[in-house]
Ligand binder design. Structure first.
Ligand code: 2DT
Length: 226
C-alpha cells in the first residue's frame, strides 16, 4: 500500500499569528517538493458558509445550537474532499477545525462577567458540542497556537467580528485548555505552541512537529473522537 499524506490542523486564538505561520509552513512544505493544499474553516464560500459568514458579521442572528451545527455541517461538506486529497498524497494544512467549533460554542455558554438574558434552551456542553463532528477525518497533528489575551491586546487588539472580544477569547482559551488536556493522551497529536515567542521561534518549533510527517503515513485516515 502506498503511503497517504498527513492531515495537519492549526488552531489558535485571535492574534496568535496563525495566518502567518500557515503561510510559512505551506512554503516550507512546497520547498521540500511535496504537494500541499490549504483549507480553512469556516469555508465561507459554500451556501452553509454564507450563512455562517452573515452570522459572524452580525448581519443575522441565530441560536447558538444552530450556529454550532452549521459550523459542523460546513466541515462535513468538505470531509470526503479532505480524505481524497490525503489519499492522492496531498498534505492538507487546515486553518481551524472541530476544536474551534467546540471551544467557541462551549465558551459562549460559560458564565460571563455581564449578566446575559435567561434562555429556554440548555447550555452547550462539551459532549453536546463534540457529537456532530464525530467520525469526521481526524488530524494526524493539531498545533494549538496559544497566546495570552493581554499579549494579544499588545499586538493590536481584536477585529470587528462577533467573536472578536477579549472576554469571549479568554473563555475560548480556557475551553481549548480543557480540550488539550483531554487530547494529550493521544501521542503527539495535540501540541501547544507558545505563540507569544518571535515569529521565527514559533515557526522553527512548528517545523519540528511537521517535518517528521512529510514522508506520509501507512495508516488510513482516522476518525474524530474514536
Ligand atoms: P476566522 O476568523 O478564522 O475566519 O473564524 N468558529 C470557527 C466557530 O465558532 N466554530 C467553528 O467550528 C469554527 C471553524 C472562530 C471565524 C470565527 O469562527 C469561529 C472564529
Amino acid at each position: 500500500m502506498t503511503k497517504r499524506a498527513p492531515f495537519i490542523v492549526i488552531e489558535g486564538l485571535d492574534r496568535s499569528g496563525k495566518t502567518t505561520q500557515i503561510e510559512t509552513i505551506r512554503q516550507r512544505i512546497q520547498n521540500s517538493g511535496r504537494d500541499v493544499v490549504c483549507i480553512k474553516f469556516p469555508d465561507r464560500a459554500t451556501p452553509i458558509g454564507q450563512m455562517i459568514d452573515s452570522y459572524l458579521r452580525s448581519q443575522s442572528d441565530l441560536d447558538d445550537h444552530v450556529v454550532h451545527l452549521l459550523f459542523s455541517a460546513n466541515r462535513w461538506e468538505l470531509a470526503s474532499t479532505i480524505i481524497s486529497y490525503l489519499n492522492q498524497g496531498k498534505i492538507v494544512l487546515c486553518d481551524r477545525y472541530a476544536f474551534s467549533g467546540i471551544a467557541f460554542s462551549v465558551a459562549k455558554s460559560l458564565p460571563t462577567e455581564v449578566e446575559s438574558p435567561p434562555s429556554d434552551l440548555p447550555p452547550i456542553t462539551l459532549p453536546w458540542a463534540r457529537a456532530p463532528d464525530a467520525s469526521l477525518p481526524a488530524p494526524d497533528l493539531t498545533l494549538f497556537l496559544d497566546i495570552a489575551p493581554q499579549v494579544a491586546r499588545v499586538r493590536g487588539g481584536y477585529g470587528e467580528e462577533r467573536y472578536e472580544k477579549e472576554d469571549l477569547q479568554r473563555r475560548v482559551r480556557s475551553v481549548f485548555g480543557e480540550i488539550g488536556r483531554e487530547m494529550s493522551g493521544e501521542d503527539r497529536k495535540w501540541v501547544v505552541v507558545d505563540a507569544g515567542l518571535s515569529l521565527s521561534a514559533v515557526s522553527q518549533e512548528i517545523w519540528g512537529y511537521v517535518e517528521p510527517l512529510l514522508d506520509g503515513l501507512d495508516s488510513s485516515v482516522g476518525r474524530l473522537w474514536t
